[in-house]
Design a protein around this ligand. Structure first.
Ligand code: MN
Length: 429
């Protein structure tokens, strides 16, 4: 099951153990003064998990170019192998989210077994109706589920139904639907009729969902439609989710909003109306730039988790969001970016657990804006690195995943059996 020998990780951890223990004890004493039991927080950190996107372990690209990395995975089995390496070291990424047809195989039971043997399982399946497949009987050039052409709509519906079928074979319980449908010219699409067609198609997919499945709608404000997109924001998203039914919820991808949008407030609204499906975590500076989680605006990520932890503590109805990373790694080793990103999302969760909720509520009720803000900052400014390290140690992971990973020379070791895919094509993946 383990790609890295457990002894190798233990050996690699040795030199850092003393420092971690000392930092952990000091933090424990500090948190005790704040009436927080550090052991409870470590247990929460160990219980935290976030799914990896199968496409994230390959090097991404832009519209301009793609610069391939060493030993890139060439198929879903190799993607799962890389995901297993990540989970082995960070111990908080036990699930993989596949994308079809990219990850389609002939024998799904073999894939499921292989993935299980690596200690992983499959999370939400993602459909792809934003690019044409070789030999397809219709095109998505002018949209998929909302296309004016019935043939194209049918092709897109069929594909989503297949995704559910394949998902069942690998143990998934959820379908995520994002469509690239939109328009690039004012007047090109009739907004209302386009959305009506989308809903009509989605109803057919929804009807095929098994009882214990959930469907997530992902919105995105622009691209590939730069003038309009069919599901452009959380408003249209939740309206469609309400129209479709209880099993359909709204997914929040952090990069799919206008700059400066108050995403944590959107999260609160979706929780209130029992429509929060989950997240695609990443960070962004300008738009959907798919940067590493927490690399640009870690405070925003913390504020989102502040809402999530608040909902967790007050046991909000129908609250069970799925967490996943959705990033594009253009200049880093995707394995390294995903390890750091998973830990950064885990860190936001831990920091949100440190918020003194009783005090915060009191300041809110008494309209003490300054102390309310300071209460959040007190939690956010705590260095919880030793809690994250301790959680990894206790779960069998690495104190410092990056240094252990680098010392193993993983990509160099597997490079011969994974020849280059070439880098001529551009491509956002
Ligand atoms: Mn996404």
């Amino acid at each position: 099951m383990n790609i890295f020998n457990q002894n190798f990780i233990a050996e690699s951890n040795k030199t850092a153990l003393e420092a971690v223990n000392r930092d952990y004890d000091a933090l424990g004493a500090h948190l005790e003064r704040r009436n927080i039991d550090i052991e409870e927080i470590v247990a929460k950190a160990q219980g935290f998990s976030i799914a990896l996107p199968s496409w994230g372990v390959g090097t991404g690209g832009t519209r301009f170019a793609r610069f391939p990395g060493l030993a890139e995975p060439r198929n879903v089995f190799e993607k799962v192998e890389d995901c297993a390496v990540i989970n082995q070291l960070v111990q908080c990424t036990p699930a993989v989210s596949p994308h079809f047809p990219w990850d389609k195989v002939d024998d799904f039971s073999e894939l499921r077994e292989f993935t299980g043997s690596k200690g992983l399982y499959f999370d939400a399946v993602n459909s792809n109706t934003f690019q044409d497949q070789v030999g397809a009987y219709a095109s998505y050039k002018f949209g998929s589920l909302s296309n004016t052409s019935q043939e194209s709509r049918e092709l897109a519906i069929e594909h989503n139904l297949k995704c559910i079928e394949w998902g069942e074979l690998i143990g998934s319980k959820s379908l995520t639907v994002w469509v690239g449908d939109g328009s690039n010219h004012p007047g090109a699409a009739h907004f209302t009729r386009q959305l009506e067609r989308y809903l009509e198609s989605m109803k057919q997919i929804y009807a095929a969902l098994p009882d214990d499945w959930r469907m997530s709608i992902e919105h995105k404000m622009f691209e590939p439609g730069f003038y309009s997109t069919v599901i452009q924001d959380w408003g249209t998203n939740i309206l469609c989710a309400l129209e479709l039914g209880d099993k359909c919820m709204s997914l929040v991808d952090l990069g799919h909003h206008a700059p400066n949008t108050n995403i944590e407030m959107i999260v609160a609204r979706l929780i209130q109306f029992k429509k929060l499906a989950g997240f695609h975590f990443n960070d962004s500076k300008y738009g959907d730039d798919d940067l590493d989680s927490g690399s640009i605006n870690p405070y925003q990520q913390f504020l989102i988790f502040n809402e999530l932890v608040d909902a967790e503590y007050r046991k909000a109805d129908s609250f069970s969001p799925m967490y996943m990373l959705d990033q594009s790694h253009n200049v880093t080793d995707p394995i390294e970016s995903l390890m750091v990103s998973a830990a950064e999302v885990q860190r936001s969760y831990i920091l949100a657990l440190l918020v003194d909720r009783e005090a915060l509520s009191g300041y809110q009720e008494s309209n003490d804006a300054l102390m309310a803000s300071n209460t959040l900052k007190l939690a956010y400014n705590t260095d919880v690195s030793s809690i994250l390290s301790m959680a990894r140690i206790r779960s069998g992971g690495a104190v410092d995943p990056i240094s252990t990973y680098r010392s193993a020379n993983y990509k160099k070791q597997i490079a011969t059996k994974r020849p280059s895919l070439g880098g001529q094509s551009s491509g956002i993946v």
